[in-house]
Design a protein around this ligand. Structure first.
Ligand SMILES: O=C(O)CCC(=O)C(=O)O
Ligand SMILES: [Fe+2]
Length: 248
């Protein structure tokens, strides 16, 4: 991936909405089409990252806590936010969705999947509610030395929005070492491809949740994507995850 064309000058005072509006969404769609992932540089400021990570111990913001080792998910833990989502999580979820809905439609059309997406996130959440998916899925994750997140897909029910976002809230090399964000792409009857996504604090990765279409010489085929985090060698790492479908 070459994220340099997408890098923008952002000042500490820029709102989440303004940052979202400032990206080249056509280039982002191009990278998602080509690789199944792309970087949104400096989506959050260092101060916003620190403030979000500091919410982690505060139970009042969350509906549940998952200790990954108890479920075989890896090592480390995460918490799902409760509604109403804190700023800037709500603002980001609402502002980013409309830029991805068209691409999600095109992916589904190419993969022969009937589902299409409304233009704004409130309408999509209403659909989730009708399907019994009412609980918020944005989450904060915390990893310590030796922790990792096994390859997985964030699917909770029938309704799946095919692209999600994760924002790295800690500074690699300073707050932690190791702990790289990784993606695998499993191709039908072929060997798998991997991506290691180099993130700095405040950068987001947008990536395919479960499937994406790939153009082959004999037409389009569907690949299966999984994401995870490699073992932390030292320190502490926090992430904000933004998933656009809700959970039952
Ligand atoms: O900690 C990470 O970078 C991965 C987080 C994750 O799995 C997610 O946001 O869905
Ligand atoms: Fe995940």
């Amino acid at each position: 991936m070459n994220g340099s064309a997408l890098r923008l000058p952002v000042s500490a005072g820029t709102s989440a909405e303004a940052r979202v509006a400032g990206y080249d969404w056509q280039a982002i769609a191009g990278e998602l089409d080509g690789f199944g992932c792309t970087i949104l540089p400096a989506l959050l400021s260092a101060d916003q990252c620190r403030a979000l990570a500091a919410l982690y111990p505060d139970e009042g913001h969350f509906r549940s806590r998952v200790v990954m080792a108890r479920h075989g998910f890896g090592r480390g833990e995460y918490r799902y936010f409760s509604y109403p989502l804190p700023d800037p999580v709500e603002a980001l979820r609402t502002a980013i969705y409309p830029h991805l809905a068209g691409l999600a439609d095109r992916w589904n059309a190419r993969m022969g999947i009937d589902q299409r997406y409304p233009a704004d996130h409130a309408a999509y959440l209403a659909r989730c509610r009708e399907a019994g998916q009412v609980r918020p899925t944005p989450l904060l994750l915390r990893y310590g030395s030796g922790d990792h997140n096994c390859l997985h897909q964030d699917i909770y029910g029938e309704l799946v929005f095919p692209i999600q976002i994760a924002v790295l809230l800690s500074e690699p090399g300073e707050d932690f070492t190791g702990g790289e964000f990784v993606l695998t792409e499993q191709r039908p009857r072929m060997q798998s491809r991997v991506e290691v996504v180099p993130l700095r604090r405040g950068d987001a990765v947008a990536f395919a949740v479960h499937h994406r279409p790939v153009q082959g010489t004999r037409g389009t085929y569907r690949v299966t994507m999984r994401h995870g985090v490699s073992r932390l060698r030292s320190g502490e790492r926090h992430t904000l995850g933004i998933i656009f479908h809700d959970a039952p």
